[in-house]
Design a protein around this ligand. Structure first.
Ligand SMILES: [Cu+2]
Length: 154
């Protein structure tokens, strides 16, 4: 009897550990190949309520960050190319998001930084890419939450 009870307890314990292990799973973060400038990747809101985000890309084929989240509203997105060699661009993937965002940065030479502004209303995931390097995996996703910008700023 005791050994049965022990087995049940052990099974419950293992199950609990398994569940904890799952819920504690942290999102995979790629090893940083370079240190982004401070402020990169943080979504901030200016006095007019415009959400601002800066992405970096360099002599590799990644956007840093490659995912970010905004609330419905106006977004001012800056992409900085810190590369010495590579030219990049920034476009939302046509037909991939809830609605198409046509604002884009067609060409970003090494050392260049460009800013686009657009308004999002439809919640969901909006994939974006550097069309020069899509095949090399230079893609990312902007997520628009269901909440309004006013509720997320403190
Ligand atoms: Cu690129």
């Amino acid at each position: 009897m005791t050994s049965n009870r022990t087995r049940v307890l052990l099974a419950a314990l293992l199950l609990a550990l398994g569940l904890v292990g799952c819920s504690n799973r942290t999102p995979a973060t790629p090893d940083a190949t370079r240190t982004p400038d401070s402020g990169v990747g943080e979504v901030t809101t200016d006095a007019a309520g415009v959400q601002e985000i800066t992405l970096e890309t360099g002599d590799d084929y990644v956007f840093t960050p490659d995912t970010f989240t905004v609330a419905p509203g106006q977004v001012r997105l800056t992409v900085t190319n810190t590369a010495a060699q590579l030219t990049h661009n920034f476009m939302f993937t046509t037909g991939a998001g809830p609605v198409d965002i046509t604002e884009q940065i067609p060409l970003l030479a090494p050392g260049q930084s460009e800013t686009i502004e657009f308004t999002v209303t439809q919640p969901g995931d909006y994939p974006f890419e550097c069309t020069f390097h899509t095949a090399l995996g230079q893609v990312g996703t902007m997520t628009v939450t269901g909440a309004t910008a006013a509720t997320t700023s403190g």
